[in-house]
Design a protein around this ligand. Structure first.
Ligand code: DX5
Ligand code: ZN
Length: 227
């Protein structure tokens, strides 16, 4: 199964989150922002790990023909081991699992074996120590800047020291790992997150809730570059 390349690690990436798009017209929404974005962020919620339910592999499969972007699937689910393979088969390119779930080494290994780009996520109150042991096993570290579950929440700036620490440790170890931030990213917070060391910016509200999503994505990229 051929996967879309994520591009060079460490480069600025804008990843619109379809969570804030109109679920009745997802294919239109993703085409609309295609020109000014890099990845597509797919928020998967199961009503257990987070208090909300969104979408699963059938939606990924249905969207796949409409986009040749890297599908960055953020799994906010308690049993990712059951769904990694269905997501890989449906057309996910990368899957990110939460460290809070446990059995992290096995989950990362399963992702790798399925040919997925491997991501590990941490909630705002999860310390860096919890993800540090896995840095050499991942391609992407997702440091949540809101508590997961819903779009449109406010950026938690207290996470920035963790982003700085992660970037220092990754660089010092000579590792090639993207740092993604997710939650409350807009033209004000994007440069703050990039300044702290993040390079993948997820944005839902700041893109899809705007009257002109394509222009909003371009503004976000410009803002991120002015850090
Ligand atoms: C939150 C999700 C985010 C969310 C971000 O649980 O993981 O990806 O869509 O939305 P905004 O950018 O609106 O905060
Ligand atoms: Zn997300």
């Amino acid at each position: 199964m051929s996967k879309v390349d994520a591009g060079p690690t460490g480069e600025l990436r804008i990843a619109p989150s379809i969570l804030s798009a109109d679920f009745g017209s997802l294919s239109k929404a993703i085409k609309l922002v295609d020109e000014e974005t890099d990845w597509l962020h797919v928020d998967v919620m199961d009503g257990h790990f987070v208090p909300n339910i969104t979408i699963g592999p059938p939606v990924v499969k249905s969207l796949r023909p409409y986009s040749n972007k890297f599908f960055d699937c953020h799994l906010m689910i308690t049993e990712p081991e059951k769904y990694l393979e269905p997501f890989a088969k449906a057309g996910a390119d990368g899957c990110t699992v939460h460290v809070e779930i446990g059995h992290t080494a096995e989950l990362l290994e399963q992702c790798r074996e399925l040919g997925l780009r491997v991501g590990l996520a941490a909630n705002p109150d999860t310390p860096f120590d919890k993800v540090a042991p896995f840095l050499d096993q991942i391609d992407l570290l997702l440091l949540m800047t809101v508590f997961p579950g819903f779009g449109g929440q406010s950026f938690i700036a207290d996470v920035m020291p963790k982003v700085e620490l992660a970037r220092r440790e990754i660089n010092a170890a000579g590792l090639s790992v993207d740092i993604e931030v997710d939650g409350g990213i807009d033209t004000t917070t994007a440069p703050i997150a990039v300044g702290a060391g993040a390079n993948v910016l997820v944005a839902g509200n700041a893109i899809f809730a705007q009257s002109e999503p394509l222009a909003a994505a371009a503004r976000l990229r410009d803002a991120a570059r002015t850090k």
